[in-house]
Design a binder for this molecule. Structure first.
Ligand code: GLY
Length: 527
């Protein structure tokens, strides 16, 4: 059963005359109450907007606290202490979500801020009936962390959650009310900022009231570039996602100028796309980081001549060599995404995260919200993979005030300046594959919204060597063929695509059926 809390609250905002940005703000705050795995006020994210034809990108990614430093997660022997950037107070970057929502509202909001927060406050104050999958994930998380001796205060706050029972969060409700009354400063100054600083001091974390006061969400130029007859409007650095998706789509186009375009989800398609994925992830590791700290050669990485050069040495029948480097832990990837189009044709694509499910596992005492463990998205030690098995370089080393590299890729695709597709997904580094393949499904292979969101997907991120992660649902002959070529198959689902497609038949929406989202379309068809 899908969770409909945020979709219903966002639809009510649209019904009240709000625009797509208003609806997005409401959805974001509702998710902070009903989807504690990833929805948040203690994390961050990115929002891609097309409003009245204008393309905007809002970066509300977390940033490293002022006391952070390059080697903060290394032990005396220079080895990465792998748990520290993932669990506990020291794993958290300075949260960006409230600043992001406030900035979006200042620029585009039409309904009052207080109205937009009201549904989240009601759900925290009066409670909501806990879906079985949430109760199940909470129980598993508590069991797993306790078995591994990981110390957090998660169970104190979420241990009482029971399936089909009402769950009330009075502390979170009070924090949301404070934000409702005081806007940006309701989180970054005064009571809540002090609660965060006190909590950090008590638990070995680094975030101070000065860090919070200094935090700003940033408007950035979205990555806007051509692919076929479309314009991709997507995430620039500090996300790696937009560059990666643009590379993946355009290297496939470049390949198809000299070879036959492989059939959808055929062995050739998975092989060629995997070869491109290796090139994309090699570039990601080397060049991508926070553009306010490092020069990211975005223009060079997205130059058509570069696409052609990189695609030119793909061998259509054999795997190219790669150095053997093993990834780190592989567990669940979390994050959440929503896509919205309003009646004026404005679109919002928003991806937000605490990083892993339930973030750092730490709930700010008295304030009732989970903090992120986004510090793991930095490269704790260049060349050593993070949780997602992603290897980073100097460009993504830790520095005070720097934003950690992300894979979140909220994307809007335009055709003749009209919105043709709005999409995104959770899933760490697999987000890049989910978004790329969804765009291909919907616009190159012309699948409808439901098929585009649900066709089996695959992911290759260079390491582990020659390994393709595959969804259930691929043809056995295809998988056998890939194994015969020398690929190792990692058979695990990833991602949770949310998409809206507009074509000559109108607007349709889909939410991946294996996930928990809900697609709703007013006065049009939902397929
Ligand atoms: N924390 C996952 C990402 O930002 O890519």
């Amino acid at each position: 059963m899908p969770d409909t809390f945020s979709a219903q609250a966002a639809m009510a905002v649209l019904d009240d005359g709000g625009n797509a940005v208003d609806a997005a703000i409401t959805a974001q705050f509702v998710l902070a109450v009903t989807l504690p795995e990833a929805g948040n006020i203690g994390g961050g994210g990115f929002m891609t907007i097309v409003k009245d034809g204008e393309q905007r990108f809002l970066d509300y990614r977390e940033e490293a606290p002022g006391a952070a430093h390059r080697d903060m997660y290394l032990d005396d022997e220079g080895k990465v202490k792998t748990r520290e950037p993932l669990f506990g107070a020291k794993a958290s970057g300075v949260p960006g979500t409230v600043a992001g929502m406030w900035k979006a509202h200042q620029a585009y909001g039409t309904l009052p801020w207080a109205r937009l927060l009201a549904p989240a406050i009601a759900l925290a104050e009066d409670g909501f009936v806990v879906p079985a999958h949430l109760a199940d994930r909470v129980a598993k998380y508590i069991k797993r962390t306790s078995q591994r001796g990981i110390e957090t205060n998660f169970a104190d706050h979420f241990g009482d959650i029971e399936s089909n029972q009402r769950f009330v969060q009075p502390e979170l409700a009070a924090t949301l009310r404070h934000i409702q009354q005081h806007g940006h400063d309701g989180f970054y100054a005064g009571k809540v900022a002090s609660q965060i600083e006190d909590f950090m001091e008590d638990n070995g974390g680094l975030i101070t009231t000065d860090d919070l006061a200094a935090y700003q969400a940033k408007w950035r130029q979205p990555l806007s570039l051509s692919w076929r007859d479309f314009t991709l409007v997507t995430a620039p650095p500090p996300s790696s996602g937009g560059v990666a998706v643009a590379q993946w789509l355009n290297m496939l186009e470049a390949y198809a100028t000299t070879h036959t375009m492989p059939a959808h989800n055929s062995p050739d398609y998975l092989h060629v796309m995997s070869e491109i994925g290796k090139r994309v992830f090699a570039d990601r590791a080397e060049y991508l980081g926070d553009p306010d700290f490092v020069d990211v050669p975005v223009a060079a990485l997205t130059d058509p001549a570069y696409f052609a050069r990189r695609a030119s040495d793909i061998n259509p029948t054999a795997i190219s060599p790669s150095k053997p480097v093993e990834p780190g832990l592989i567990e669940s990837e979390d994050t959440t995404h929503f896509s919205i189009v309003d009646k004026h044709g404005n679109a919002v694509s928003n991806t937000t995260t605490l990083n892993l499910s339930f973030g750092s596992g730490m709930v700010v005492a008295g304030a009732g919200f989970l903090l992120n463990d986004e510090m793991d998205d930095f490269s704790a030690k260049p060349g050593v993979p993070n949780f997602f098995g992603a290897i980073g370089g100097e460009a993504n080393a830790i520095a005070p005030g720097k934003r950690m590299l992300s894979s979140m890729t909220p994307t809007i695709v335009l055709r003749d300046n009209e919105v043709a597709l709005v999409t995104g997904s959770p899933g760490g580094t697999t987000i890049i594959s989910s978004v790329t393949q969804t765009i291909l499904n919907a616009l190159a292979f012309e699948q409808n919204a439901t098929m585009s969101a649900n066709a089996p997907r695959f992911h290759h991120q260079l390491w582990p060597k020659d390994t393709i992660r595959v969804h259930p649902g691929f043809d056995t002959g295809t998988l056998k063929h890939l194994e015969q070529m020398g690929y190792t198959l990692d058979r695990r689902r990833f991602g949770d695509v949310q998409l809206i497609k507009q074509d000559s038949t109108g607007l349709s929406a889909a939410s991946e059926q294996s996930g928990r989202g809900e697609a709703m379309v007013r006065d049009a068809h939902t397929d």
